[in-house]
Design a protein. Structure first.
Length: 279
């Protein structure tokens, strides 16, 4: 099992370093569960990176559904899948949340535009918000239900910030996660936004997306001081969101073509501060 834990930890460290650092602040007896959740999330979020055609991608997501349906049976031989099954069983995590995450990730495999703000918030809710709530349930199943709404806001803020940081990658693929209604209001369209320099409305659309992420982040930060210490590690990646959004707004180069970065020192400092003092 030690070997499996190392594989899972290494997978999260490589694919999702911010969540990896956050998990290190969890109690030792809870850390494996969080890392298993984050490794699963990285696996399904990265399906398109590894499998470039939609239908084989859907087959891979179906494989995960089959693994989840077989929870409690023999090991699969896949270290992340086996670690996830252990985390689900040990912490009584709801399978429906994982099934909804897999369903939401089908959208990633295609180039369909995000229709509206409401659709984007739903996508964020089924992915990032659900992941935060599952991590909270693993950390403290008694307190977690009281903060489900806060997890919803936190996940929207975190996911939208992440989508903004991934704009260069998504545009190269022809993907557009900026909602079509925001693009229309900015005088743009999904087709124009992903082409060339994004067109004259691109900057306005990015600003609107940043404002939407800030709206959810502000709602989270308003309720965050009430978080018990036991749940902080689940929400800890949000310690970086405001700094990322600030960097997106102030970067000299357009976020359409270049992903802004935070230094390792800055990320460690922000995580340490919120892990020890809260919000």
């Amino acid at each position: 099992m030690a070997g499996t834990s190392t594989i899972v930890m290494d997978a999260v460290r490589a694919a999702d370093h911010d969540r990896y650092l956050s998990a290190l602040y969890a109690p030792a007896d809870k850390r494996d569960a969080l890392l298993a959740l984050y490794a699963f999330n990285a696996e399904i979020a990265g399906v398109r990176d590894r499998i470039h055609e939609p239908l084989p991608g859907e087959v891979r997501l179906q494989w995960w559904r089959d693994i989840l349906a077989a929870t409690g049976q023999a090991d699969s031989g896949h270290p992340i899948a086996d670690a996830l099954k252990l985390a689900i069983d040990a912490n009584h995590l709801p399978l429906a949340a994982f099934e909804n995450m897999l369903e939401a990730r089908i959208f990633d495999l295609y180039d369909d535009p995000m229709p509206s703000r409401t659709d984007l918030e739903g996508y964020c809710g089924e992915t990032a918000s659900a992941l935060i709530q599952l991590a909270a349930m693993a950390l403290d199943p008694v307190e977690a239900p009281r903060f489900a709404e806060l997890a919803g806001r936190a996940g929207c803020a975190q996911a939208m910030t992440g989508l903004l940081l991934l704009l260069p990658l998504h545009r190269r693929r022809g993907q557009c996660f900026v909602p079509a209604d925001l693009l229309t209001a900015a005088g743009s369209s999904p087709e124009e936004f992903v082409a060339g320099d994004g067109g004259p409305g691109a900057a306005r659309a990015v600003s609107a997306m940043i404002a939407l992420a800030r709206e959810h982040l502000g709602a989270f930060e308003q309720g965050a001081p009430g978080l018990p210490v036991s749940l902080r590690p689940a929400f800890l990646p949000l310690a970086l969101s405001r700094a990322y959004l600030d960097r997106l707004e102030t970067a000299r180069q357009s976020p359409l073509g270049v992903t802004p970065r935070l230094s390792a020192l800055r990320r460690h400092w922000l995580l340490f501060g919120h892990a020890t003092r809260g919000w």
